[in-house]
Design a protein around this ligand. Structure first.
Ligand SMILES: NC(=O)c1ccc[n+]([C@@H]2O[C@H](COP(=O)([O-])OP(=O)(O)OC[C@H]3O[C@@H](n4cnc5c(N)ncnc54)[C@H](O)[C@@H]3O)[C@@H](O)[C@H]2O)c1
Length: 437
């Protein structure tokens, strides 16, 4: 089948690579462009750096209509539409860093040609597409809405959950003009069953932030409930399981050592920063950030409490971490709360080692890099095992069968752990052999 349309995807990470492959699988000609030559070389070697995209699927796309290009050999002008999927991080003071988005716009401004459709897909604050992104591109001389179409279409991919990237997941799109919205929506319908058209890029940008702030606020809420349960000698996991039996009006969130990944700890600050420009303090965002950022310190305190129970100090103790990725069953360790936990333990004099079946090496929040250990070696070495992520690939019976002392922050111990006061659980206190708790 000869491709009837051509798209370029700028930024081939967790979001851009699945998008490029989806378009290639839908029969479009696709140019995958990245600023990192290393990333292009990795992909050209048919190695997928992204969970949920297998090497085989990448290989099939490369055998089909997906072509890779560095920024030097990209031919953006050949594309009918260009999608921008570059990172949107925050800086040290937690303000938005539009550097990569504006760098991509700078790359495009001399290359955009009349009649093209440009779609920003990175998560960002309302006003980015129609404001700074548009301004930099128009610096090349063409005018959005007149010479080229411009739209914003956020992504809902959830690493580790392949269903989140399926056709059935609806997509949102808002264009600078009604024509841009219609055009971008028609293109996205080649890879998505349902595309919801919004009145503006700003509305689509805010809808995406609402989705992620919703998660951050609710995670903070259950994290706070976990702290309360520890004081009340109640089991937060039992309480959440009980509430989750309600078939309507309740959505299950679970506590943990903090939030991580590219989105949940970052995106809320895009909203609060933008809100301040309107003399508005988004107190939910600030409060949720405060609570979630404090969780790694609380976990360090739990480790100290567990050792104290054995008459031991954290200072000088050997602490073995299980799981450093930002969530279960992924290799993505960006902004993982494990970084702050490990740095916090080390700052209080502990020796720290880790095992993660998906992450071979990990750098803590103080910049100290460590290689992972095999699980059995870690269990033999550690006097305290601290569970931060419940990967399915970990042999949990081995962990709880062998470790004498465990701090469990993610409820991996339910149904395991036999000894009295063997396991100190976040949000629940010590396990008791007599009650099974
Ligand atoms: N990871 C997720 O689960 C997820 C989900 C929804 C939305 N998002 C959003 O999508 C955007 C991209 O996130 P990601 O997770 O795919 O990031 P990523 O770090 O996995 O990938 C980004 C890619 O862009 C490349 N890049 C950086 N600057 C560039 C530039 N100026 N020109 C060309 N390429 C450039 C990088 O080399 C990298 O390969 C972010 O705004 C993020 O918030 C991410």
């Amino acid at each position: 089948m000869t491709p009837d349309m051509s798209v370029a995807v700028v930024g081939l990470g967790y979001v851009g690579l699945p998008l490029a492959i989806a378009f290639a699988e839908a029969g479009l000609q696709v140019q995958g462009i990245d600023a990192s030559d290393e990333r292009i070389a990795t992909l050209a070697a048919r190695h997928s750096p992204v969970d949920d995209i297998s090497d085989e699927r990448l290989g099939r796309a490369l055998d089909g209509s997906l072509r890779l290009a560095t920024q030097r050999d990209a031919a953006v002008e050949d594309a009918d539409a260009v999608f921008v999927c570059v990172p949107t991080p925050i800086n040290a003071t937690k303000d938005p860093d539009l550097g990569p988005v504006l760098a991509a716009a700078t790359f495009l401004c001399d290359r955009v040609r009349p009649g093209q459709l440009l779609v920003l897909q990175s998560t960002t604050y309302p006003g980015t597409t129609a404001g700074p992104f548009r301004a930099v591109i128009e610096g090349g001389g063409l005018v959005a809405g007149t010479d080229f179409d411009l739209a914003y279409a956020p992504e809902r991919v959830n690493p580790g959950d392949p269903a989140s990237a399926a056709r059935a997941v609806p997509r949102l799109v808002g264009g600078l003009t009604p024509g841009a919205t219609t055009r971008a929506a028609a293109l996205l319908r080649r890879i998505n069953d349902r595309v919801v058209e919004l009145s503006s890029p700003d509305a689509a940008e805010l809808a995406k932030l609402l989705e992620n702030v919703f998660r951050n606020v609710n995670i903070a809420f259950v994290n706070q409930l976990a702290l309360l349960c520890e004081r009340m000698d109640l089991d937060v996991w039992e309480v959440i399981d009980a509430a989750s039996t309600k078939p309507f009006g309740f959505m299950r969130f679970t506590p943990g050592p903090g939030v991580g990944g590219h989105c949940i700890p970052v995106d809320p600050y895009y909203l609060s920063w933008r809100a301040r420009e309107f003399d508005f303090v988004d107190r939910f965002v600030e409060l949720a950030g405060d609570i979630n950022l404090a969780m790694p310190r609380h976990v360090v305190d739990l480790a100290a409490d567990a050792l104290n129970d054995r008459g031991r100090a954290l200072n000088g103790a050997r602490v073995g971490i299980v799981g450093v990725a930002f969530k279960p069953d992924v290799r993505d360790d960006r902004n993982s709360p494990a970084a702050a936990v490990i740095a916090g333990l080390a700052a209080r004099g502990a020796e720290v080692a880790f095992h993660d079946p998906h992450v071979p090496a990990f750098t803590d929040a103080d910049g100290v890099a460590r290689d992972g250990m095999p699980l059995e070696g870690l269990l033999d070495w550690a006097e305290l095992v601290l569970v931060l992520v419940a990967h399915r690939a970990v042999d949990w019976d081995l962990v709880y069968g062998r470790a004498a002392l465990v701090v469990d922050t993610v409820n991996s111990s339910t149904g395991r752990g036999t000894g009295d006061r063997q396991v100190l659980r976040l949000g629940a206190g010590w396990s008791h052999a007599s009650t099974g708790r």
